[in-house]
Design a protein around this ligand. Structure first.
Ligand code: NAD
Length: 511
């Protein structure tokens, strides 16, 4: 038996044995490959990265450890594909994206299970919705592809002056692991609808479902239009952001890496979109101490995504007059959510993505627990025994009586940890809400709509919700203020701004 085949057989055993919690693995045994120039290939280094499932800490598959040479091959392939794709009628490009949406639909369940397995998000509450969202994204950008229009300018009767929106060329996109399919598809569908070719680097912790999506795209797209390379940020990621022929960088991830991406873009003066971190405020007014609001703040905190969401409302400002009764309601609703195997239909909340993130989250919880000037209302240290100790599971945790200046209230934990901060005065709470270098999202809870809107207008965040805590909706120009990012990609206007450049053509019609 060759070493390659033996490894695949070993992996098959691991996947079969991976069924430790009574649920079926959806991951196809063996090695996944990169999509490069319409071919499925391993890394030029012939090295792989093992993908571990956070539900039981077992290796479920391997992906290529892409690096500089793979990125260079992918960028070359994308440039070869670009002229043909650019010159394909926008309506025809849109039709292909719609066909991808149709082809994806029957794979919803299978791909949702793969997401749950690789990044730990609960299947019922998260992963199915994520794949459905991806289908909607292909449909949305497929239907607006021919809306990339220019303008005419009435300079004088004998001059025809018009603008065209032209694609940028080869775009380099990088996504994180927390909503891998949603975030990858946002970049694929919008960049391609606008006529660009794409090199996408998937996150090393959750690349499998993205590669499954790439398989479906590959059935419809001309070769080289979409290339997907997996690798570490310091290798494939760096190679992509510094590649001299990449004409635009579209990055979703942490603010720290976003700064590095922006500085690489500055070296070559290429445009950059950044969707980065958040430490988002939720403000509960004294007239809103009700059950539906408590439930809404739990949704806003994205507890069912283990808090692993950039828009999580992790700083809960509650008016002091309702503090105790409101926290009681939050705890009562939160206590009903079940943490468990992400593939189990009964689980509301799954696992933290990996060991590094698990240790980081536990570190913040330890820090909160070690203080004697706040109390933990629910949660705390992770389960040390029983089935949940087999994976990276953390109970939802709420600290009450936190000061906005503490580290747990200022830094993005990216875990199921919410800090409750009491407030007395409206000006003060707005000041505290804005006292953060982030500015991604915010939530306001009150029956007084005038007050809600005045507060919404004072909050430094790219997206403010009033009396609701849900996720982004296609067509919104979603994005961050301050260090939460630059640019908007979620809408038709976002696609046009982010993935095209404007050219003016001026014609003297008298000659
Ligand atoms: P991360 O920044 O560590 O990694 C994100 C991606 O960047 C990964 O693919 C990684 O391999 C790559 N990367 C890392 N170093 C790189 C480098 N030097 N050059 C190029 N690429 C590099 O973030 P993460 O931990 O994967 O994701 C969590 C972060 O993402 C959180 O801060 C979260 O708020 C943010 N996020 C933001 C949004 C948004 O829409 N604003 C959405 C999802 C996640």
């Amino acid at each position: 038996m060759t070493a390659w085949l033996k490894r695949s057989v070993d992996l098959l055993k691991i996947v079969r044995n991976g069924d430790v919690m009574g649920t079926e693995s959806a991951v196809v045994a063996g090695d996944y490959l990169n999509l490069l120039d319409g071919q499925w290939v391993g890394a030029r280094s012939e090295q792989f990265i093992a993908v571990e499932s956070p539900r039981n800490r077992k290796v479920i598959a391997r992906v290529p450890r892409g690096g500089e040479k793979d990125i260079a091959d992918a960028v070359d392939a994308a440039w070869r594909a670009f002229p043909g794709w650019r010159d394909t009628a926008p309506r025809a490009r849109g039709r292909l994206l719609q066909q991808i949406a149709d082809a994806l639909e029957p794979h919803l369940e299978r791909i949702a299970r793969i997401i749950s397995e690789e990044n730990g998000n609960a299947l019922r509450t998260q992963s199915r919705g994520e794949v459905q969202f991806a289908i909607d994204v292909f449909r949305y950008f497929g239907s607006v592809a021919s809306e990339v229009k220019g303008e005419t300018i009435p300079l004088n009767p004998s001059v025809l002056d018009y603008s065209r929106r032209e694609p940028l060329g080869v775009v380099g996109a990088i996504v994180p692991w927390n909503a891998p399919v949603q975030l990858a598809v946002m970049k694929i569908a919008s960049a391609l609808a606008a006529g660009n070719a794409l090199v996408l680097k998937a996150a090393e912790d959750a690349p499998l479902a993205v590669l499954e999506i790439a398989k479906i795209c590959h059935e419809f797209l001309p070769r080289g239009v979409l290339n997907v390379v997996v690798g570490f940020g310091s290798e494939a990621g760096e190679a992509l952001i510094t590649h001299p022929d990449v004409r635009k960088l579209s990055f979703t991830g942490s603010t720290a890496v976003g700064k590095r991406v922006m500085s690489a873009a500055a070296e070559r003066i290429v445009p950059v979109s950044l969707e980065l971190g958040g430490k988002n405020p939720q403000i509960v007014y004294p007239d809103a101490g009700e059950d539906w609001v408590a439930q809404g703040t739990i949704t806003g905190m994205r507890f069912v995504r283990q808090g692993q969401s950039c828009t999580a409302g992790s700083r809960l400002f509650v008016h002091r007059s309702i503090l105790d009764s409101f926290v009681e309601k939050v705890v009562s609703h939160l206590g009903k959510l079940k943490v468990g195997d992400p593939l189990d239909e009964e689980s509301d909340i799954g696992a933290i993505v990996n060991r590094k993130q698990f240790d980081r989250v536990c570190g913040y919880i330890d820090e909160g627990l070690s203080r004697n000037d706040s109390v933990v209302a629910i949660g705390g240290a992770p389960p040390a025994e029983g089935p949940l100790a087999e994976g990276y599971f953390v109970e939802p945790t709420v600290f009450v009586g936190v000061d906005n200046e503490w580290r747990i209230a200022q830094e993005e934990i990216f875990g199921p940890v919410m800090c409750v901060i009491p407030w007395d005065d409206e000006d003060d709470v707005i000041k505290m809400a804005n006292d953060s270098h982030y500015g991604l999202s915010a939530f306001i809870w009150t029956h007084d709509i005038g007050r809600a809107l005045r507060t919404a207008h004072s909050i430094e965040a790219g997206w403010v919700q009033v009396n609701q805590g849900g996720g982004q909706v296609l067509g919104q120009s979603y994005g961050g203020y301050k260090q939460s990012g630059i640019g908007r990609e979620f809408s038709l206007e976002g696609m046009v701004e982010s993935f095209t450049q404007r050219k003016h053509v001026s014609v003297d019609t008298t000659h």
